[in-house]
Ligand binder design. Structure first.
Ligand code: ZN
Length: 343
């Protein structure tokens, strides 16, 4: 009960990449970089186990960014000529690659880190991929027409490629494939109209658990400012959860601790596992185990105990490493305390 998990990303060690930044530059190149990525993956697997995380991940140590990591092995994408674009409804600007032709996988994307992780942990292994709608929101379209119809066609094209990679990840021994769809909290009507369907296409036929992570973003300034303008109640999930409840996706995440998400929205996920955010990624304060257990207690008012999976609110990529370790420790201890409280 109360198996703990991380949303996905973890800070990269200073010897691997720039720290505390979202699109960090790597510290090395070639075989040296590949070895450093592998070392960082192993380091975080060990730490997650020691800190009481039950469902572990690779911490996304081998990819520069959660969306662009997947795009590096796709034909039809021009990474050489990135352009500046407003993303997440212009919440912030990013340098994004351009889609310039038909999309096709040129090979496996994440085989190395998935197999490495599988070989070195006996715990359940979750692997994250960006969701189709969020990918479409993080690339510049120069091929599909640049309009709404084009975005939808492009999302389903990406969904096909995600499905190919996800099937291969299952063959590598991954237990849960999670798709990250922060865009669902930004374009709620589009999510209902076609986003959930594209997500289901990406997850179709996977012989493992499937999950979707939806959040209010990393703890960076642009997101903190945005959240201040969302009012006293954040009801974005309310629009998308009913569609997800009807979908084939097994697990759904939501931000809980320190958010203005009304916790009763969890009721809308009847029949799903709920990854409950019990660790804030946007504050430097470390949660106490009591706070974590209390947040789990809040979830239990709306979700059956066997369906509650305590988790971080979002990825920890831009966080200081020591802070992430302290927060994961609180997650592990808080879940243990919640189990103890239930006897
Ligand atoms: Zn997130």
């Amino acid at each position: 009960m109360f198996e703990t998990a991380i949303a996905g990303s973890l800070p990269k060690p200073a010897w691997l990449a720039e720290t505390e930044t979202l699109w960090p530059a790597w510290r090395s190149t070639g075989p040296e970089l590949e070895a450093a990525k592998a070392d960082a993956t192993l380091l975080w697997l060990k730490l997650q186990e020691d800190l009481g995380i039950d469902i572990v991940g690779d911490g996304e140590q081998a990819r520069q960014h959660f969306v662009h990591g997947f795009l590096t092995r796709i034909e039809g994408i021009d990474f050489e000529h990135k352009v500046k674009m407003g993303i997440r409804d212009n919440r912030y600007e990013a340098m994004v690659p351009q889609v310039v032709g038909e999309l096709r996988l040129t090979g496996r994307v994440h085989a190395d880190e998935a197999r490495l992780a599988r070989a070195h942990t006996r715990r359940r292994l979750k692997f994250t991929l960006p969701g189709p709608m969020t990918i479409v929101d993080t690339v510049a379209d120069r091929h599909y027409g640049g309009d709404r119809d084009g975005r939808i066609r492009m999302a389903f094209a990406f969904a096909e490629l995600l499905n190919q990679e996800a099937r291969a990840l299952v063959a590598d021994g991954v237990d849960i494939v999670q798709f990250d769809e922060p865009a669902f909290n930004v374009y709620m009507q589009d999510a209902v109209d076609w986003g959930v369907e594209a997500l289901e296409r990406a997850a179709a036929g996977l012989a493992c658990k499937t999950a979707v992570h939806i959040c209010y973003g990393y703890g960076i300034r642009a997101n903190i400012d945005w959240k201040q303008n969302l009012g006293s109640q954040w009801r974005q999930y309310e629009q998308v959860f009913p569609a997800l409840a009807k979908s084939a996706i097994d697990q759904v995440s939501l931000e809980c601790i320190h958010s203005h998400v009304p916790p009763d929205l969890m009721r809308l996920l009847d029949g799903k596992d709920v990854m409950v955010g019990v660790i804030d990624v946007a504050s430097d304060g470390v949660e106490t185990p009591e706070e974590v257990a209390d947040t789990i207690g809040t979830a239990l008012r709306f979700v059956a105990p066997e369906r509650v999976f305590p988790c971080t609110n979002c990825g920890m990529a831009p966080m200081r490493r020591e802070l992430a370790v302290a927060k994961l420790e609180a997650l592990g201890k808080g879940a243990a305390l919640a189990r103890q409280r239930r006897g």
